[in-house]
Design a protein around this ligand. Structure first.
Ligand code: ZN
Ligand code: ZN
Length: 377
């Protein structure tokens, strides 16, 4: 690499980010057919930088920017505060896994299957069934899971259910309401009907590679599969979601984050988001949001359910807390003492609504981690 003249840090930080995205997404072995130019262009748009190794920033500064070592801390701050990309320290022990996320696939594979890049892990955030609730939909998803692996798209699949996946819910499917099936679901994190899915999460979590904790939760407020009252959802989000989750998979979005759906309505300017959305309402869950911001602080929060809002946003804890102060007044919170407050303001969270049904876009990210960091001693 050529040494460049020292520029103001924001410009250098942008250069580093672009270089990072370029270097991550041009790893040809990760793409189907070794990545045509067109594919690389598409995938570059669908790639979300969620975290970056500290050493990558140091290396770039030392090699490319004249006297760049002095800019490192300033650039780290720009990454965390402005780009909202977590900076991970871990030296030579750092490695990454690549994740693609889909949700609300509703048996429509033909529309988006080719858009899934080759990754390590595919996450599915629920609602792979169509409305007919039939066992065939579950079978079809199980076949899709096998196809993803056989086609070399991924080596592992982690999924949760959604409100349309009636056949997965042991409260709704009598063939599952026996001790053996429930033990398999809750303790082994496997679903009896999804033999090709590596982990099935129902208010439970797993740790991948001894390092990456992923929590999964299928609930929504609807009286459908995995329906849960506000009271029950509070218990689940507060008691089942571990403190050290890196990736949180839920079917429902957190409140006011990519959660505007065209059912329900808000009169006039919405006091929550300050926009006018007369034909839509916020479907997200306030307790989920509150726990994510103040306690769990995962690097990534992935969800679906609201087809209209596929995409991602990055927010710092500081911004999220400020928004929450405004939202508190909107809620009929019976026990506001349950609201927890805390958290490091600099920590950024990437929120991804991965519903593929409407826009057929598949997002993916690389998660950097220290191998074995969550191994039980
Ligand atoms: Zn609103
Ligand atoms: Zn749904």
């Amino acid at each position: 690499m050529q040494q460049s003249n020292s520029n103001p840090s924001p410009t250098q930080a942008t250069n580093i980010l672009n270089h990072f995205i370029q270097s991550q997404t041009s790893i040809a072995k990760y793409f189907q057919n070794n990545g045509s130019a067109q594919e690389l262009e598409y995938y570059k748009k669908q790639f979300i930088p969620v975290n970056i190794p500290y050493d990558y920033i140091v290396g770039y500064c030392e090699q490319v920017i004249t006297g760049g070592r002095q800019f490192v801390e300033e650039i780290v701050e720009i990454f965390e505060k402005d780009f909202k990309i977590a900076v991970v320290r871990g030296g030579n022990n750092l490695t990454f896994k690549r994740f693609a996320v889909i949700s609300d696939s509703h048996c429509g594979e033909s529309k988006w299957y080719t858009k899934i890049p080759k990754v390590d892990v595919v996450l599915h955030c629920g609602d792979f069934s169509q409305n007919d609730h039939g066992p065939n939909d579950v079978q079809q998803f199980n076949n899709l899971a096998a196809k993803l692996k056989n086609d070399g798209k991924c080596s592992q699949i982690v999924c949760i259910g959604g409100n349309h996946d009636y056949h997965l819910d042991y409260r709704r499917n009598s063939s599952l309401s026996n001790e053996k099936s429930i033990d398999m679901i809750m303790n082994q994190k496997k679903h009896p009907l999804l033999s090709n899915v590596d982990y099935y999460l129902q208010n439970t979590s797993i740790i991948l590679d001894g390092s990456i904790r992923i929590f999964g939760c299928p609930i929504t407020p609807f009286d459908m599969a995995f329906g849960a009252s506000d009271h029950v959802s509070y218990d689940i989000y507060t008691q089942c979601m571990d403190n050290d989750c890196d990736i949180v998979m839920t079917h429902n979005p957190p409140y006011n984050i990519l959660d505007l759906a065209g059912m329900g309505s808000t009169q006039g300017i919405c006091p929550t988001c300050k926009t006018n959305h007369p034909h839509a309402a916020h479907w997200g869950n306030f307790w989920l949001r509150n726990q994510l911001i103040h306690r769990v602080k995962p690097t990534v929060s992935v969800f679906g359910h609201v087809h209209e809002c596929c995409g991602y946003v990055k927010k710092s804890i500081k911004e999220l807390k400020e928004e929450e102060q405004q939202q508190k007044t909107l809620f009929n919170i019976q026990n506001s003492a349950n609201l927890i407050l805390g958290g490091d303001d600099r920590t950024p969270i990437t929120f991804l609504n991965a519903a593929v049904d409407m826009y057929c876009k598949v997002y993916f990210f690389d998660f950097y981690y220290t191998r074995g960091s969550k191994l039980l001693i």
